[in-house]
Design a binder for this molecule. Structure first.
Ligand code: G6P
Length: 594
């Protein structure tokens, strides 16, 4: 949510920054801006709209040159998307870009900036106005004094005309990485700078980076120097482009077999797990996440309870963190997050740790805050995911949860070895079933034609089918803007069935054979009221207006195959409706604010 980038000692800083911004655009795309120091003067440009609008505006300016600069792509929190509210914000000799929220900005304005008339509606402008107001002639000192006044979350990059060869960065609770290569870079995530650097540092909360043309020094907010070791990192994959696909989302749907295979292969070889989590059988387990990761957690709950025979509580992170959760040192807490930076999930992790729980994160981004702060990490191997609507990372999360379920069942002795051995060998070939599930695309395209004008679509399922329904519904609503609701099929008759009338579309996910007769009854109930039902099933016993067959897999893994037609359906409906599939309105891929 908001992407920031900065660089120093880089020939053609403006183009390095705009290139980085294009890679960060998934974090927010309602406006963008850039500032550089050219001949000791700050020059800047900022525009409402996509990065492409900013780049077009920069092209009309012949002399936008300099080797130091900062850039920003915005997801609006305070103040609507507009040129004025776009970053950078400027005051006196300072330019600032910011990712996060300054929670006490009204109080700071009242106390320190009463007479200042602000140019924007943003919380960020308070930072730059404070820097200008508190400026002592020493940037580090002023930044340290300012940072100590700010409450909330912030990753900030700062330019000051008095120090035209130094870039400053500050971090508290919002991600920021520093990389050294041909010049020195700062960025919200590695993808923006990966190909430009050979050494990587991760900023921690409460740190200031002082960046020269060749190196970075780190300080606490009290200006005490910190010695920091570089992090290991992998150079960018070469297949980060769209290749021949029309959208990243479709490419990533097709990358799911590989994402699942790589994730499983990383931790399971010859039916043996390469996992080492020191946990005794607990009384219960918490799973905490947001969005699709939460939906993966819903499937995880069902699988864990089946295999571990202990209660599993799944909670959305924004609720968990304020719910006084019933956890202690005997309640392991699993955090699931593609980005590893989701603010609520990170706060939930910290909450669980503060209560003594052992924490285990399932993350896709190695250098993320959640990975860094967890006791144990299971890294999914989905590779970089660019479309805002997650597909392959979600599938990799499911695979990670299957592995954990089987691993813990073996470790705690809660399932017999015949069962766990069979599950492990089935898991090793799950990617081939996902590959076959992709064969349904032609049928899905026809279904998308029929459903493209629907105003409402209901998704129903039982057991793991309900978990699949939740994710299918979220996928469709987020990229097509059709109102969708997911319901536990048996619960429809307690209210929601009143919305079913002639022609209402219902999609049913049939995952567990023992629940199929019950699901069929629920399908019949909505059909009796005029609904048009599409069923996703591997069994062929379900009767509905349309049936999409998925490959037969162990019922515990069925969400992994059934989600494929649901993702493709969302994609094709959104495409027919002319939606901006990879960057849906109002959303961002990495949600780093509460
Ligand atoms: C955003 C994304 C979703 C994602 C959720 C959680 O809402 O658009 O696709 O599921 O955040 O993100 P995380 O990175 O924690 O998995």
């Amino acid at each position: 949510m908001c992407g920031i980038i900065g660089c120093n000692g880089v020939e053609g800083a403006a183009s390095a920054i705009t290139q980085g911004l294009e890679r960060l655009e998934y974090r927010g795309y309602d406006s963008a801006g850039i500032a550089i120091i050219d001949n000791k003067k700050i020059r800047y440009e900022k525009k409402k709209g996509r990065i492409s609008v900013l780049i077009k505006a920069l092209k009309t300016q012949s002399d936008f040159v300099g080797s130091i600069g900062i850039g920003h792509t915005r997801w609006a929190t305070h103040g609507k998307p507009s040129d004025e509210n776009a970053h950078p914000h400027i005051s006196g000799k300072f330019a600032v870009v910011h990712n996060g929220i300054i929670e006490n900005y009204r109080q700071l304005k009242e106390k320190y900036l009463k007479l200042v008339s602000l140019k924007s509606d943003t919380d960020t402008e308070i930072i730059v106005q404070l820097l200008n107001r508190l400026y002592s002639g020493n940037c580090l000192e002023t930044l340290s004094n300012t940072a100590k006044l700010l409450e909330g979350s912030f990753a900030i990059a700062v330019l000051c005309e008095d120090e035209p060869d130094t870039l400053y960065c500050v971090r508290k609770s919002s991600p920021l990485l520093i990389g050294v290569g041909n010049g020195v870079y700062a960025a919200s995530d590695l993808s923006a700078i990966n190909d430009r650097i050979h050494t990587l540092y991760r900023m921690n909360d409460g740190e200031i980076a002082v960046i020269s043309k060749t190196e970075a020094e780190f300080y606490t907010f009290d200006k005490k120097k910190i010695v920091k070791n570089p992090e290991e990192f992998e150079k960018a994959e070469s297949n980060c482009g769209k290749e021949n696909y029309e959208h990243y989302m479709l490419k990533e749907i097709y990358e799911q077999p590989a994402a699942v295979q790589k994730t499983v292969d990383a931790y399971l070889e010859n039916n043996k797990f390469r996992l080492d989590f020191e946990l005794n059988k607990p009384e219960r387990i918490y799973i905490v996440a947001c969005g699709s990761a939460y939906h993966a957690g819903l499937a995880g709950k069902r699988i864990f309870e089946e295999l571990l025979k202990i209660p599993v509580i799944v909670q959305v992170a924004s609720e968990f963190r304020y719910s006084n959760p019933l956890i202690n040192e005997n309640t392991p807490t699993i955090i699931i997050s593609q980005s590893g930076e989701t603010a609520d999930s990170l706060a939930a992790l910290r909450e669980a740790k503060s209560r003594g729980a052992k924490t285990l994160s399932i993350v896709n981004v190695r250098h993320s805050s959640i990975a860094a702060e967890s006791d144990y990490v299971l890294l999914t191997r989905a590779g970089q995911e660019t479309a805002v609507a997650t597909t392959k990372a979600y599938s990799a999360q499911l695979a990670a949860l299957y592995m954990l379920g089987i691993y813990f069942a073996e470790k705690f002795g809660t399932a017999d070895s015949k069962t766990t051995e069979k599950l492990k060998s089935q898991l090793e070939t799950l990617h081939t079933a996902i590959l076959s599930a992709l064969d349904c695309e032609m049928q899905i395209k026809e279904l998308a034609q029929q459903l493209q004008s629907a105003e409402h679509i209901y998704f129903i399922g039982r057991g793991l089918g309900y978990a699949a329904a939740c994710e299918g519904s979220l996928k469709l609503k987020e990229i097509s803007y059709i109102h969708c609701e997911a319901y536990a099929a048996g619960e429809m008759k307690h209210g929601t069935i009143s919305l079913i009338e002639k022609g209402t579309n219902v999609i049913a996910a049939d995952t567990e054979p023992k629940l199929s007769p019950k699901l069929q009854s629920n399908i019949d109930e909505v059909v009796a009221r005029g609904a048009r039902v599409t069923a996703i099933t591997s069994q062929g016993k379900i009767k509905a207006d349309s049936v999409i067959k998925t490959p037969a897999v162990n019922e515990l893994f069925a969400v992994s195959t059934q989600i494929v037609p649901l993702q493709l359906l969302s994609y094709h409906i959104a495409r027919l409706r002319g939606c901006d599939i990879d960057k849906p309105r109002n959303l961002a891929k990495s949600v780093t604010v509460e």
